[in-house]
Ligand binder design. Structure first.
Ligand code: ARG
Length: 451
């Protein structure tokens, strides 16, 4: 009967399950049926197989679809199993389905077809997170909070500006996924094993039926290329890295009392009854490990592979599925956590001026009178070093006065009035003054958000 040598001599013996990707191929079961249908229709249109034969094969494929992946006969992979299921239903003519193709171009087409859907789901998740970030940014545009560099109090900012900074990163993460989508959305079908086919196939027609934007030109490249998987994992690892930073900031913000996570995105302790832990954000942060692991595993598998098809490629694909599942889910959870977190404006304001974090404003005010910025910086640094942490504005003003007399030969108020000093030292005043394009002043942020 049909396929005896393949089914019996090369059945795999003791290595059968090692060779088989049938279980993992469930993910591309629907893709395989779509690819089979398009190929069969094209074969019939080109007169390569008869219309009646094509109709029988298409009817068998409907039946295989209705029975589902779990009902497939045994096979090395979904492609072989579906073909066997078709032959079981149609008889030997069912074997005409595999005319002018190879599993090599077939599997590449199936992966690309399925991955498109997964990439779009990842893109949708990034859009939902951006929306959550931008909504919260608009709500918290006037929530003055401390900003940090090196984890030290640095300059006051707003929760809105901070959130919008992540929306900016997410915008690029979205764009990278869409770029990957364009290169993924090319059809390898018709490349056959690697060396093309003598049949008069219409590659553009199958590409068109399957919604691909074009064909992978070179038949060897068509069946060998997996760089679309590598850039998928790279884009996801980059997105996951953005998420991991957002998660850490959320975890730290919860610890400092600047924000309160919704109970839905928190866990408790099995022993410490008072605890509310940011576990979801910790798991979001860990998704970067999954994605980087997938990228590393994938590139290690692909490195040094010769053209054209090598079975190593069977182990390449799952890395991309794992990365896209993990990172898409983490992105969705991050969106929920951002949308439901409550910012504590009082707690934020209480720390906004900590550690003389408005000191840069004093140096800026001096520099605006013509004092070289470096001189102003030194002067304020001297006064700040002489003022104990937690001292009031009067103590700082006195030390600024002394430093001005020392460095500039005149008291501070010859340059900056006490009124102006109070204004730049005030965290809200400090933020309001930082109205350069893209800056945290509420007006500037409103313009950025509109843009
Ligand atoms: N199952 C294989 C994969 O996932 C495709 C089969 C190609 N096999 C072959 N012996 N040419 O890559």
């Amino acid at each position: 009967g049909a396929g005896v040598i393949r089914r019996e001599r090369f059945a795999g013996g003791p290595a059968r399950s090692f060779l088989s990707s049938l279980a993992a191929d469930e993910r591309i079961f629907a893709a395989d049926l779509a690819v089979d249908r398009a190929h069969v229709v094209m074969l019939a249109e080109q007169g390569i197989i008869g219309d009646d034969e094509a109709a029988d094969i298409l009817a068998a494929l409907d039946d295989v679809e209705a029975e589902g992946h779990d009902a497939l006969p045994d096979g090395e992979d979904v492609h072989e199993a579906v073909e066997s299921a078709v032959v079981d239903r149609v008889g030997p003519d069912g074997g005409k389905m595999h005319t002018a193709r190879s599993r090599n171009d077939e599997v590449a087409a199936c992966i690309r077809y399925r991955l498109r859907e997964d990439l779009l789901a990842a893109v949708e998740a990034t859009l939902a997170l951006r929306e959550a970030l931008l909504d919260a940014a608009a709500d918290e545009a006037e929530t003055v909070m401390p900003g940090f560099t090196h984890r030290q109090f640095a300059q006051p900012t707003t929760a809105g500006h901070f959130l919008a900074s992540y929306a900016g990163a997410l915008e690029r993460d979205t764009a990278r996924l869409l770029d990957v989508y364009d290169r993924t959305n090319q059809s390898p079908l018709g490349g056959a094993a690697f060396a093309g086919t003598p049949f008069d196939v219409d590659r553009e027609r199958t590409a068109d039926m399957l919604g691909f934007d074009g064909v992978v030109e070179n038949s060897t490249d068509a069946s060998s290329a997996r760089d679309f998987l590598a850039e998928t994992c790279a884009a996801l690892a980059t997105l996951a890295t953005t998420l991991s930073g957002l998660a850490t900031d959320g975890i730290e913000g919860a610890k400092d009392g600047y924000l309160v996570l919704s109970d839905d995105y928190s866990s408790t302790s099995s022993i410490m009854p008072q605890k509310k832990n940011p576990d979801t954000l910790e798991l979001v942060r860990a998704a970067a490990g999954d994605a980087v692991g997938s990228l590393t595993g994938l590139l290690t598998t692909l490195k040094g592979l010769p053209r054209a098809y090598n079975r190593d490629l069977q182990r390449a694909t799952p890395h991309a599925w794992e990365a896209v599942d993990s990172v898409t889910e983490a992105t969705e959870v991050a969106a929920g956590a951002v949308a439901t977190a409550e910012w504590d404006a009082e707690a934020c304001a209480a720390d906004a001026g900590a550690g003389f974090s408005t000191a840069t404003g004093v140096a800026d005010a001096l520099a605006m009178t013509g004092v070289p910025f470096r001189t102003a910086h030194e002067l304020v640094a001297t006064a700040a070093a002489d003022t104990p942490n937690g001292a009031d504005t009067d103590a700082l003003a006195a030390n600024l006065d002394a430093a001005a007399a020392d460095v500039l030969g005149e008291p501070l108020d010859s340059f900056v009035s006490r009124e102006e000093l109070d204004s730049v030292l005030d965290p809200a005043g400090s933020v309001a003054a930082r109205d350069s394009r893209g800056g945290p002043a509420p007006d500037a942020l409103a313009e950025s958000l509109a843009r």
